[in-house]
Design a binder for this molecule. Structure first.
Ligand code: FUB
Length: 446
C-alpha cells in the first residue's frame, strides 16, 4: 500500500515526494501522455492529468483534464510532484469549462522553459472553434508557467511537440487527423511559415501524439496509430526534420489490457534510452483515467529500435530500505502466484501478491543494498500460517531470511533478523513455502 502520509504532504505543500516508482510511475493521481525531458541533469515529466468528471465539471465517459502537474526525478525511482503548473482557469484564451488540457510538451531555450499545450479555445478566439495550441513560459522547469494571451496563430490541432535542431531552428509538430510540422520563430511563440502535412504516414486509422527526437543525424518520428482496433506506438525515420519519413517499425504493441490510447516520449538519460508511455493500470474499467510508465529502450546497430515490451518493474534501482512493491515483479513462477488490487474500491492503494502454493515465487529485479541490512520486514495477510523465504538472485540463491506468516484478516508487518551480510545490487526472490493463500504487500530491509 502506498503511504497516505506522502499524498497528504503533496496536497498541502504543492511539492512532495510522490512515489517510489515502478510502473505505473505515479499512483496518487491519474497521469497520461508523458512528455519526458532532461533539464539540468534531472528528468522532468510533463503528463496530462486525467480526472473523473463530476456533475457540471467535464463530460462523463470522456477525457477530463483541467490542469497540468510536472514530476521530476534524479534516479527514475523517487518522483517529486511539483504540483499544479498551469490550469484551464489561468489560460486567457481557453474555454475554462472544457476540461480539455490534453497532451503537453516542454522545451528550454535561453534559460526559459516553454510549455506547449492544446485545449479548447473560447468563442471568438482566433483559430476558430476546437483545439488550439498555447504556450506558457517559466524561468524554471518546475513552473509555475504563465500562459501567453493568445494561442499560436495557424495551429488547429492537438498533441504539440517541439524540438530545437542542431542549427538552432525550432520545429513544432501536432496532430489533426494527419501529423503536421512547421518551423517556429526563435521567440518560440509564432510559426515561421505554414504547417505542412508530414509524409509518408499510414492513411488509414487514427494517428496522433507526434514526438520527434534526433539521433546520429536521423530524425525519429514516434506516434500512436490505430493499425488494428486500438493504438500502438510506431516510428518513422527521416534525414530531415520535416520529412518525408519512412515507416520503420512498431515501438510498442497494443496494450494487453485494452487501453485504447497510448502516447509516448523518448529520452536519453545517463547513457540509457527510455520510452515513456501510458496504460490504464489504476482504472481497468475506464481507460480515460490513465497512468504513466517508463521502460528502457534499445537501438540495434543499424539505428532501428527494438520493440519495447511493457514491464511492471519499470526502470531504476529500488533502494532496499524502501517498501519494495513485489507485485511490480520482473518474473514469477508459472503457477501459484497472482496479483490483485489490495482494495478494488480504492485502487490507488496499489496491489498485493497472493501466493497459493508452496514453491510459488516472484522475482523483483535490481534492488540496491546500500547499507548492510539487519532485518527484513514483510507486510502480509493470510488465511493460514506459513513461511516465505527471501533469496537473492535465484529462487534457490542465498537465503536472506524466512518470514513466518500467520492467519490474519488484517495486514501485519512481520520482521525477521538477517544473518547474512548483504550489499550491492541484487535481484530479489520471494518464495512461498506454504500451500495456503497468503498475500504480501511489500518487503523492506533495514
Ligand atoms: O489525453 C488525451 C488524448 O488522448 C491525447 O491528446 C492523445 O494523444 C491521447 O493520448
Amino acid at each position: 500500500m502506498r503511504s497516505l502520509k506522502i499524498i497528504t504532504v503533496a496536497i498541502l505543500s504543492g511539492t512532495a515526494l510522490s512515489s517510489f516508482a515502478q510502473n505505473p510511475l505515479i499512483t496518487d493521481q491519474f497521469t497520461a501522455d508523458p512528455s519526458a525531458r532532461v533539464f539540468n541533469g534531472r528528468v522532468y515529466v510533463y503528463p496530462s492529468h486525467d480526472i473523473k468528471a463530476t456533475k457540471g465539471h467535464g463530460r462523463a465517459g470522456w477525457f477530463n483534464m483541467a490542469d497540468y502537474h510536472v514530476f521530476s526525478s534524479q534516479n527514475l525511482t523517487d518522483w517529486t510532484d511539483h504540483g499544479v503548473i498551469l490550469t484551464q482557469q489561468t489560460v486567457p484564451w481557453a474555454d475554462s469549462t472544457s476540461y480539455s488540457m490534453w497532451a503537453p510538451d516542454c522545451i528550454d531555450r535561453n534559460g526559459k522553459y516553454y510549455l506547449y499545450f492544446p485545449t479548447n479555445a473560447k468563442a471568438g478566439v482566433a483559430n476558430g472553434r476546437g483545439f488550439a495550441v498555447g504556450v506558457a513560459i517559466s524561468d524554471r522547469p518546475e513552473g509555475p508557467f504563465k500562459a501567453e494571451p493568445d494561442p499560436i496563430k495557424g495551429i488547429h490541432g492537438i498533441d504539440p511537440n517541439v524540438i530545437i535542431d542542431k542549427d538552432g531552428q525550432a520545429y513544432i509538430y501536432y496532430a489533426q487527423g494527419n501529423l503536421y510540422g512547421a518551423k517556429l520563430k526563435s521567440n518560440m511563440l509564432e510559426l515561421d511559415g505554414d504547417p505542412v502535412i508530414l509524409k509518408d504516414f499510414p492513411t488509414k486509422g487514427l494517428k496522433e501524439g507526434p514526438y520527434v527526437f534526433e539521433r546520429d543525424g536521423t530524425y525519429y518520428m514516434t506516434y500512436p496509430h490505430v493499425e488494428n482496433k486500438i493504438e500502438r506506438l510506431e516510428y518513422a525515420t527521416s534525414k530531415n526534420p520535416l520529412g518525408p519519413f519512412t515507416f520503420t517499425g512498431v515501438l510498442m504493441d497494443e496494450s494487453a489490457s485494452g487501453c485504447w490510447t497510448n502516447h509516448q516520449s523518448v529520452i536519453q538519460y545517463k547513457g540509457q534510452w527510455y520510452l515513456f508511455y501510458h496504460n490504464d493500470d489504476l482504472s481497468p474499467n475506464f481507460d480515460k483515467n490513465r497512468s504513466i510508465h517508463a521502460d528502457s529502450l534499445f537501438f540495434n546497430a543499424d539505428g532501428t529500435i527494438r520493440k519495447v515490451i511493457p514491464t511492471l518493474r519499470g526502470v531504476g534501482l529500488t533502494r532496499s530500505n524502501k517498501e519494495i512493491q513485489i507485485d511490480r515483479y520482473s518474473d514469477m513462477s508459472k503457477t501459484g502466484v497472482a496479483i490483485d488490487f489490495i482494495d478494488t474500491a480504492h485502487r490507488m492503494q496499489g496491489w498485493k501478491t497472493t501466493f497459493s502454493q508452496a514453491g510459488g515465487w516472484v522475482r523483483y529485479n535490481a534492488v540496491e543494498f546500500s547499507k548492510k541490512p539487519k532485518t527484513v520486514t514483510a507486510r502480509i495477510m493470510g488465511d493460514q500460517p506459513g513461511n516465505f523465504e527471501v533469496h537473492l538472485d535465484q529462487p534457490d540463491g542465498l537465503l536472506v531470511g524466512t518470514i513466518k506468516s500467520f492467519a490474519s484478516t488484517d495486514w501485519k508487518e512481520v520482521k525477521t533478523a538477517i544473518a547474512k551480510s548483504i550489499s550491492g545490487k541484487h535481484d530479489l526472490f520471494i518464495v512461498s513455502k506454504s500451500s495456503g493463500p497468503s498475500a504480501v504487500d511489500w518487503v523492506k530491509f533495514e
